[in-house]
Design a protein around this ligand. Structure first.
Ligand code: NCD
Length: 371
């Protein structure tokens, strides 16, 4: 009778329990419903229990035949769309309390990075764990490569430890393809010199698709160091395949008219294209890959190609600002634009985990669960 006199009834209270059961997350929802009877003389306590997901989750069956992900140049529009749709499923998984599925239990991936990385390495490691795989981190600087071992021998030795996927970043273009020819496990390109960075291209495209619904007919400008940017190349292949118009923009020392042959427009003036673009992807100047400085000073570059609040006023009202990171505040983008309402820079990072979960699950042969 402790509730006598209270008026806020019926009032449901939900007790939800989550745990791993037979490899899949289970949920038992216990609903407590306390009802006061009509004559107000006593109370009813109703307990309803609901069990969900005790069996294997239903899988969305998607056609997939690729063993490696070496570049977006190699994929069909349908394959790119399959990865994006699968990543959408995983974004839902990431929003659920458990944040993981157990699809790749028993599979092992190795992060084989020979170049610096913050986002991509962490994102792949996290994505592998979120789909239930084990991850090994390879430290290139303390490896036997320093004793003269070739990269193929190093990779073969790692593979001999029963590895299912090698995620490789290397300064030399073509390294992932070389490993794909010499190893029997799946190879994922996490950036090969200035050549391709397919998962960055995919996460950029997913971020655009999530805002606009479709890529068809959109105009996307890639601004900056096109000559040395693997992000630019993967974006160009992926965006063109999904029907977007691409403009490459930057100083003439970093933007070649030859991009016309690949269906991209080029411009040496950012101000001239601002009012036409739906998306601006602001690429970092890749100082580490340049033999000579391609412009007189960083200040001049920022003056001509840096995205700032004055330039923002000349863009379309709903323009989307992207940057693969790391960003150099005050060079390709000012802090107010990087942190402003049009910026989706941190959404790109979130979407990157889902894209990499999708890539790993598709390549390693497991379709994602329906969520
Ligand atoms: C890009 C890369 O490494 O190519 N960054 C990334 O993967 N997050 C772009 C860059 O370094 O500028």
């Amino acid at each position: 009778m402790v509730l006598r006199g209270k008026t806020a009834i019926p009032s449901p209270a939900y007790l939800t329990l989550d745990w791993q059961f037979f490899r899949y997350p289970c949920r038992i929802a216990v609903s407590l419903l306390i009802l006061r009877s009509v004559d107000e003389s006593f109370y009813h306590l109703i307990i309803g229990a609901e069990m969900v997901d005790f069996s294997e989750p239903q899988r969305r069956v998607v056609p997939w035949s690729q063993k490696h992900l070496l570049g977006l140049e190699d994929l069909t529009p349908e394959e790119i769309t399959t990865i994006l749709d699968t990543a959408e499923d995983f974004l839902k998984v990431l929003r659920q309390p458990g944040r993981k599925v157990d699809l790749l239990r028993g599979k092992t991936c190795v992060n084989l990075f020979f170049e610096n990385s913050t986002r991509t390495r962490t994102s792949f490691g996290l994505a592998a764990k979120r789909v239930g795989a084990d991850v090994i981190e390879f430290a290139a600087s303390t490896s036997s490569l320093n004793k003269g071992e070739t990269i193929i021998d190093t990779a073969k030795n790692i593979e001999a430890m029963q590895i299912d996927a090698v995620i490789v970043r290397h300064g030399c273009p073509g390294t992932p393809r070389l490993l794909a020819k010499n190893l029997s496990c799946s190879i994922i390109n996490a950036g090969d010199g200035p050549h391709e960075h397919p998962t960055q291209g995919l996460l950029d495209i997913l971020t655009i698709r999530r805002k606009f619904g479709s890529l068809k007919g959109l105009t996307v400008a890639l601004v900056g160091d096109i000559a040395h940017s693997r992000t630019a190349r993967s974006n160009i292949w992926g965006l063109k395949k999904l029907g977007a118009n691409v403009i490459v923009c930057g100083p003439s020392t970093l933007v070649s008219p030859y991009w016309k042959e690949f269906g991209a427009e080029y411009s040496y003036s950012l101000d001239a294209i601002l009012n036409r673009v739906d998306v601006l992807n602001l690429l970092r100047i890749q100082f580490e890959r340049q033999v000579v400085r391609p412009f007189p000073s960083i200040a001049e570059y920022a003056h001509l190609y840096g995205m700032n609040s004055v330039r923002m006023r000349k863009t379309k009202e709903n323009v989307l600002i992207l940057a693969p990171g790391p960003i150099n505040r005050g060079v390709e983008i000012t802090p107010d634009v990087a942190d402003g309402e049009h910026s989706a820079i941190l959404d790109q990072v979130t979407n990157g985990v889902a894209v990499r979960m999708a890539v790993l699950s598709l390549l390693l042969g497991k379709n994602p669960p329906v969520v």
